[in-house]
Design a protein. Sequence first.
Length: 42
Amino acid sequence: MAKYRETVLLLLENIEKKFLTEEYQIVKRLRPLKDAFGIMAR
């Protein structure tokens, strides 16, 4: 049972890391767009 829990924790950790890096990539792509809209709004 303990082994099973360890495996699940590792899986969750990996999913979290993947999600965080993907989220970071999205934010990085959106930032220039936000800046462009900010310039157009002025």
